[in-house]
Structures are given as C-alpha cells and as structure tokens.
Design a protein around this ligand. Structure first.
Ligand SMILES: [Zn+2]
Length: 331
C-alpha cells in the first residue's frame, strides 16, 4: 500500500510537471496558462489529450509532432520526470506529514522559476510574490515560532540581497545580481526559515562559481545566452556600464541633509532607491540587457541550493563537520 501511494505521488509529479512546461513557456510571454489548448508552434496542430500524457506521449510520438514532424524538445519529458522525482524525494524526506505540503508547493514553484531564468534571465513576480505569501501562510500550522522564523526569513533574505544589490551598484558600478533574485531568496526564506539562508547562499555561490568557471573554460560562456531579439544581430553586447551614475537616483547619502539625518534615512534609502535595470540610451528607453559571456543566472543555483538544504539537510548535518553543518543551518 505504501508503495502504491508513493507511485501515485510520483505520477502526480509527472502530471504537474506537464503543466509546469506550459507555465515555463507562457508565463514569461505574459500569456494565459489556462487557455488556449497547446499547439505545435510550427504547424498549429492542436495537441490531443492522448498526445499530452507525460513522458509516454513523447516516447510514443518518437519526439516529433504528429502533424508536421517537427522535433519536440527532450526538455518537456525531462521537466516532467524531474518534477516526479522531486515529489518522490519530498515524500522520502518528510513522509506523509504536514511538512510534505509546503515541500511540494516549493518544488512546484522552483521548477518553473529555474527553467524560466535559464531561458529568459528573469524570475517573474507572478511566481515569486505568491510564492513568498504561500511560504509564510504554510508556516502558520507549525505554530508561532515557525511563523516568525518564516517572516524573518522572507524579510531577511530580501534585505540581505537588496543590500548586496546596492553595494554592487555603488562599488562595482554595475548590476551584480539580477533584480528578481532577492524575491526568490525571500521566497526560500519564507519556506525554509531564516536558519536556512546562510547555507543556501553558501551552496548556491559555491556550486554556481565551480560550474560557471568550468562552463566558461569549456564553452566560453558561464551561463546560457539570452533569447532576446537582436541578440544574434548585435555582434558585441553593448557596454552595459556606459553611464555608471544611475539616472534616477534618490540618493539621501549625497543630498545636503545633515549627517545624522542621512544615517537615519540610510535604511529607507536602501529599500526604496531605484536601481535601474539597464542604462537609458539617448531616446530615454531602456536598453535590452544582454547577458555577457561571464554572466551566470543565479536563480537556478539558489533553487538548487534551497532544494539541497530542504531535502538533504539532516544528511548534510550528519556527514559534515559540526561547525560546517551549523553554518549550513543543518546542525
Ligand atoms: Zn507540428
């Protein structure tokens, strides 16, 4: 019986993964995820229900559209299997307890966020903001302390990344972090509490740096190229840091205010001072940001680290030296 329910959860993961493929394709384009029915992008052939069975249909169709024979990417069944396996891993970690619920919700958010960030270098608010709310709300049944830890996790994660963004802009005169990363960190902090944040940041940076360096050495790029229109035409990414001074600063630190007022207002300034996503060109329109060869999207690494801390936390605590485990919040 145990095995039957585990298999059922895995299959549920496959079906959810099939839906997440739709989310990954449509949310960045601002399209509805409910209507219309999925079609072949090449010939417009409407995908029948029996052609939409996770993994099975992809294999039965031999990875081709039944209308025109256009190859169907192996990423569709991959996302389905990945979601199924992660659902199964959550069950192994938490069993049929309440903790399984927030774990499954987090997986269901992290899978599309990861692939959208890989494809488009964005983390849509339509996923991260409801995600933060869900993380906090799902902490309520755990009791007051856990709810507080979730709220501190969300606020602390956001503020820490906001601070790094600010420092990156001031010191390196460029955008060091994607603007959406702080919302993803806030979401992870809400689901996994502030205890997990340091470990997540450590694992994400370490793994991102190692894999990014390897990819840079092997392929000449640390991250995926963007699909932004004009990416292929523009031979060289235009110098992103053309104008190091943000055009729309609201800078208390340099205004004529007395020092004590500036110090008092500094936290406010951190939170609300706008950091432009891209420098404005002569027409005053934002230039399309094009990822350079050394840029890596941080979202997928944050997502991976969050899953590692959630699913492997106790195991990490048992294999790592105790001071290290404490740092990772697994002690
Ligand atoms: Zn087709």
């Amino acid at each position: 019986m145990e095995g039957f329910f585990a298999a059922w959860l895995f299959v549920t993961g496959l079906v959810v993964g099939s839906f997440l493929n739709v989310v990954i394709a449509r949310v960045p384009e601002g399209l509805s995820i409910v209507r219309p029915r999925s079609r072949c992008p090449k010939c417009g052939h409407v995908i029948a229900w029996y052609e939409n069975i996770p993994v099975v249909s992809w294999l039965a169709l031999r990875a081709r559209c039944s209308g025109c024979g256009t190859p169907i990417s192996a990423r569709y069944p991959m996302v389905e299997v990945l979601t199924g396996l992660l659902y199964f891993a959550c069950l192994r970690r938490f069993g049929w307890t309440y903790e399984l619920v927030p774990a499954l919700v987090l997986v269901t958010l992290l899978v599309p966020l990861t692939f959208i960030d890989l494809d488009h270098w964005i983390l849509p608010f339509s996923l991260t903001l409801p995600g933060i709310a869900a993380g906090v709300l799902l902490a309520i049944p755990r009791g007051g302390d856990a709810l507080l830890a979730a709220v501190i996790g969300a606020a602390g994660g956001f503020l820490a990344f906001r601070l790094m963004e600010y420092v990156g802009w001031k010191v390196f005169k460029k955008e060091a972090l994607g603007a959406g990363d702080k919302y993803l960190v806030a979401m992870l902090g809400a689901f996994l509490s502030w205890h997990a944040l340091l470990g997540i940041l450590f694992l994400a940076s370490l793994q991102g740096a190692v894999v990014g360096s390897l990819m840079l050495a092997l392929t000449g790029r640390a991250g995926p190229a963007s699909d932004a229109p004009g990416d292929s035409e523009t031979p060289e990414p235009t110098d992103v840091a053309v104008d190091p001074e943000p055009t729309m600063t609201w800078d208390f630190t340099r205004s004529g205010l007395p020092l004590w007022k500036r110090l008092l207002l500094f936290p406010v300034c951190l939170l609300f001072q706008p950091i432009p996503d891209a420098p404005l060109d002569e027409e005053g329109e934002e230039e399309e940001w094009v990822p350079g060869p050394t840029n890596i999207p941080f979202g997928p690494w944050l997502a991976l680290a969050g899953l590692e801390v959630m699913l492997l936390g106790p195991w990490l605590g048992s294999v790592l030296p105790s001071n290290m485990a404490l740092l990772l919040g697994a002690g």
